[in-house]
Ligand binder design. Sequence first.
Ligand code: ATP
Ligand code: MG
Length: 201
Amino acid sequence: MTNKKVGIMGGSFNPIHHGHLVVANEVLNIYNFDEIIFVPAGIPPHKNGLKTNPWDRYMMVQIATVSNDRFTVSDIEIKRTGKSYTLDTLIQFREMYPDTEFYFITGMDAVIDLPNWHEPDKLLKLCKFIAVSRPGIDKDVIENKIKEIKDTLNGHIELMQVPMLQISSTDIRERIKNGISAKYLLPETVEQYIIKNKLYR
Ligand code: ATP
Ligand code: MG
């Protein structure tokens, strides 16, 4: 018997912004999760051109989520040494939270990449997926791709429309690098953390 429902929001959160927070809150409203766990990915700073210290990304997620008592943050992937896979995270969470049903939340841009994740068929047996709308994504193309993924990997993926915010971490990093204001795209306290710690310069 499952008596808890938990959403997992994975990402690099480099930095976290209002796009992420609106998605999490909308999903929380509809699914009435007991908790949404934000899981900053354990990408080492030298990988993918990400020069940000993983603990800075983690701290920014903590700061951004303080005002919501159903938002929590996990350092499970950041603490992990070596390669870090979502599958391992799900296995660990299922041990930590027995009798819990897990939903992994992604944008529609991220979900179509699922076949390239580590052992996606196993992952899809451990959790359901919720794929939310994101600007710049062609809905028809995505729906076809998702149908394909569902058929080949035999997984459960639900689509959900959320208020669309054209915000990305890439754009925020670019702005800060070029001295252009990123105000109102992300929580003010996160912006202050970025300035104080001289990130993305
Ligand atoms: P980057 O530009 O560095 O890739 P990002 O803004 O895409 O950053 P991520 O940390 O890669 O942020 O995203 C984590 C998850 O949140 C992904 O599943 C992504 O699809 C989703 N997401 C991010 N921004 C939005 C947005 N504005 N609307 C809907 N979903 C989003
Ligand atoms: Mg992204």
